[in-house]
Design a protein around this ligand. Sequence first.
Ligand code: ADP
Ligand code: ZN
Length: 436
Amino acid sequence: MEVSFWNKDIETADRGRIQALQIQRLKEIVSYAIKTPFYQKRLSKAWIHSPDDIKSLDDLKKIPFSVKDDLRQNYPKGMLAVDMEEVVRVHSSSGTTGIPTVIYYTRGDVDRWTDLLARGIVATGATAKDVFQNMMSYGLFTGGLGMHYGAERVGMAVIPVGGGNTQRQLQIMKDFKTTVLHITPSYLLHIHQRMTEFNIKPRDLFLKKAWLGAEPYSEPTRLKLQELYGIDVYNSYGLSEMNGPGVGFECVYKNDLHIWEDGYIIEIIDPVTGEVLPDGQKGEVVFTNLIRHALPLIRYRTRDLAFIHPSPCPCGRTHRRMSRILGRTDDMLIINGVNVFPSQIEEVLMSIPEVGTNYMIHLSSHEGLDRLVVKVELYQKLFTGDLSQLDSLKGKIKDKLRASITINAHIELHEPGFLPAFEGKGKRVVDERQKL
Ligand code: ADP
Ligand code: ZN
């Protein structure tokens, strides 16, 4: 396997050097954070009154966690640690669940972030020779502009299309011979079905790889997409609080996400007790941003669930790998008392070849009990139109789901194109249960 680096020296640095950089940058971040009333208070609780009070990485554990609500309560500028004059970029997350959160960046912040993106891009084997179609939405969302900057730095030919307008996207892929995509798994699944409609075959295109992120997806989904398109699919992880995409990227070995540890300190905690867990154990991911001065975030609870791989990667990078996101503490469903993550349902569905590229999870109340309906689009190619085949497929999905989540689901099968399509992050759970 050919392994390329953007900055080999730092990507393969030994633990001692990575930790030395972490301490140095943590002190720097504290020197900015302490300028905000919010962190001045937080840090004084941990007896940190100046950067010099940070003596070792263990001192980090004394600092209380930060959460999304802190950002909301300090909207819009309460956590800004530099003069507005120094800010060159503002991003914000959707705000669908209340007051939005705002992130600020200085020129240096954007520059450091861009560099981490370039590392990830090169780790997937992409080069300046590639033509890159960026299908993540631009604007306040970090996915579009963030990756755009990284790809430009690597020297790729960037086509900044953003999300949506599938027919035009396909035309551009053809006309410009696009080789690399950045897209959500939901949208890439959807596009395949539209290609059938427009009678475009993957071999009419020039695609080689896709970076998929912004929402959780399972290994069966990766495998399905790789097969449908004949491309390599790499996982890419990030969140606006940690700048945006580029926090973690898979290398050519596709064995989970290298977290750039000189840019972010990663901790996995028990979401109930807050205790830091050892590598290998699943818990909530907590990050400290070591590279952003305009809006410092220390020990930020992401609500994402994952674990750190204890073993090194054959590519030679020393930055530890985080598993794919196994769920979010806030997307767990409790169905008749059983805890279920939507990702468990997705994993089962996408491992069944007759299941197409779209599904929905529907919850309602029925005679005092929760009722789970899983609506699935069929993969047309493998369907003969035979009714008994439909019945046996329903039974197969139901059995596999029961084995995984111990719940009896009602299965609905639909023609491709029947369910709502997603051109960004998918919203696949509809919960209409009566709240008591
Ligand atoms: P929000 O969705 O909270 O408004 P962002 O747009 O920054 O904020 O999205 C960040 C979130 O998206 C992450 O915390 C994570 O839940 C999800 N996410 C991003 N990349 C991935 C990925 N590769 N796999 C799974 N989840 C991801
Ligand atoms: Zn690797």
